[in-house]
Write a protein that binds this ligand. Structure first.
Ligand SMILES: [Zn+2]
Length: 331
């Protein structure tokens, strides 16, 4: 904010510390991290490399490998909980929520397999999306986790050949919204800010039919419903025609916040706080923004401090998911 006696206004990034015809007089600094940088690394959650670990599924003797995708998904979810703070951790009370809360301390854990123990097996295999599918599931009591991470979208259908509006908007609650991975060299921040692709739909207008007219064809518009949620999780699936040559140069600018527009046209600001990368065709790693602002690369047991250029990048990987945290409500 810029405070000029009785006049107070919101500043954008360029405005902070600048004034036409002015100069810096004083700067107040706040300590955000009391540990030396080396300690930040040891003070970050890490998970045992899962390749040699097995878990029991549904308390029976089937054994499945505990995979890096679970570690990567957990790092993303726990990063969200760290940012949510006490109010998030303390509302965890479901079976899975309580398991998540056991990972609160930033230490090394050898018990990742407990996070999937007892879950129906169909949620255990595959990629991180399955973890989020599981959160959405109604037959597994994890409304507490879902309550923290879910967002709502509004889906409106409009006829393409007449002006009737077929139905009132459909509201859907989602834990993650799936988008197509954009082409290599795309700016992911700009991509996330764009309206969703409008889907054509086969639909016959009932109003027109009543009058004996045939009006066929509609479009579905999906929009963020509103800005009432703390987080938005986006996952990116690889389109068929991109599978052979995905590329590794998409830019996730963690220093620029993402401005999302909701179904009423209002804009709120979101910060990138976690990125899952799919690397070397067979492995998942997560980049997380600690609440202190430091970015860490989490690769199973290996945790490293990332510099700005490294965040969201990997020599042989591409963006799989991005977790956004709301930092500025409607403006
Ligand atoms: Zn019509």
């Amino acid at each position: 904010m810029e405070c000029d006696d009785s006049t107070v206004k919101i500043l954008d990034n360029d405005g902070v510390g600048n004034h036409t015809g002015g100069r810096v007089n004083s700067i107040l600094l706040k300590k955000i991290q009391s540990l030396p940088l080396d300690n930040i690394v040891t003070d970050t959650r890490r998970f045992t490399n899962p390749t040699d670990k097995y878990a029991y599924v549904n308390e029976v003797s089937e054994r499945i490998a505990v995979r890096c995708w679970m570690n990567a998904s957990l790092q993303l979810l726990l990063c969200g909980l760290d940012h949510k703070g006490d109010s998030g951790w303390q509302c965890l009370e479901s079976k899975w929520g309580l398991i998540l809360s056991q990972y609160r301390r930033p230490i090394e854990y050898n018990t990742t397999h407990l996070a999937i123990r007892g879950m129906p097996e169909r949620y255990n295999l595959g990629d991180p999306q399955r973890v989020f599918d599981n959160i959405e599931s109604t037959d597994y009591n994890i409304g507490d986790v879902k309550g923290i991470f879910s967002h709502k979208v509004s889906i409106t259908t409009t006829m393409t050949s007449c002006s009737h509006i077929p139905k009132s908007p459909k509201i859907k609650t989602r834990v993650s919204t799936l988008l197509s991975l954009p082409p290599d060299h795309s700016d992911m921040n700009i991509y996330m800010e764009q309206p969703f692709v409008v889907k054509p739909k086969n639909y016959t207008c009932e109003e027109c039919s009543k009058n004996g007219i045939t009006s066929i064809g509609a479009q579905q518009h999906t929009k963020w419903l509103d800005h009432s949620q703390d987080f938005i999780l986006l996952s990116f699936n690889v389109p068929e025609d991109m599978k052979s040559n995905i590329g590794t140069h998409r830019d996730v600018n963690h220093q620029r916040n993402v401005n999302l527009r909701d179904s009423t046209g209002q804009v709120a600001e979101y910060q990138v706080i976690s990125i899952i990368l799919f690397v070397n065709q067979n492995h998942y790693v997560t980049h997380i923004r600690r609440p202190s602002g430091h970015w860490m690369g989490c690769d199973d047991t290996n945790v490293t401090l990332l510099d700005n250029a490294e965040v969201g990048n990997h020599l042989n990987g591409h963006v799989h998911s991005i977790l956004l945290k709301q930092v500025r409500p409607i403006y």
